[in-house]
Design a protein around this ligand. Sequence first.
Ligand SMILES: [Zn+2]
Length: 311
Amino acid sequence: MPRGHAVIHDLPLSRPVLDRRADLRTDPGLLPRLLADPGTAVLRLVGDRVRVRDVEGPGLGVWVSPPSDADRSRLAFYLGEAGGTAYVGVVADDLVAEGDGDAALRTLRQVGAELDDVGAATYVTTLALANWHRAHGHCPRCGAPTAPDLGGWIRRCPRDDSEHFPRTDMAVIVAVVDADDRILLARGRGFRARGMSVLAGFVEPGETLVGAVVREVAEEVGVDVRDVTYVGDQPWPFPSSLMLGFTARAVATELRLQEAEIEAARWFSRDELTGALADGSVVVSGRISISRRLIEHWYGRPLDTVDVAPR
Ligand SMILES: [Zn+2]
């Protein structure tokens, strides 16, 4: 599948393998027909978890099966096609009460870095849609309860017929590097102890992506940046973000921290980061995160190749 202009190609949650077939969504018979067809692959979301399965080779798949009677009364989304199979995601929170398959249920954070292409694409899309539906049950214009339509891709108000589309909140995340090729890592308030990351923040209304990168870095650490360059992006349905990854060059290195948000920040050479990871004084996010991949892109190799001292 085309990966556009991304420099970082293999982000765990960026798997554009579903042909979404938006042209089919206007057919009101689509979901009833698919949920009566044993050839349909149904992915069931239980809370924020799905059942996973082993696949040939390394990694994990999501567990899909033909539609059940119960699926026909669940909130359902037409996800599209892959390999000639139609995929439907359903919200099956009722399975928690039944205790069905609990042992094999995993969150996306737990398994996202291990999933195969179809597994990641179907899980990410189902979770993002479910998160939006759960939080948007009423019409923002008149307050009436809304109902899903267009294969689960909108909600419609029965009182004023207005259509409401799922939201995706854009967030920029940026690896800032100085003239000596050191990377800037920071610990936000609320991070786990010793956790450090590249800087990130939401894009505000009326703002451009580059404008958001420049503003976030200036606000959080008081550094001016230039040469803001897109390197890749991935959906981040916790609950509804798209993380847009960039690199940028710092004009100067003096840091002025925004104390309400940033607890610590410093520049790291590769040797300094190697040492800090090895002695455990710095911990970076897991392999599912674009933060981790931006740091590795700068570092030159996966960080799990660094020997970390046992603690
Ligand atoms: Zn309304």
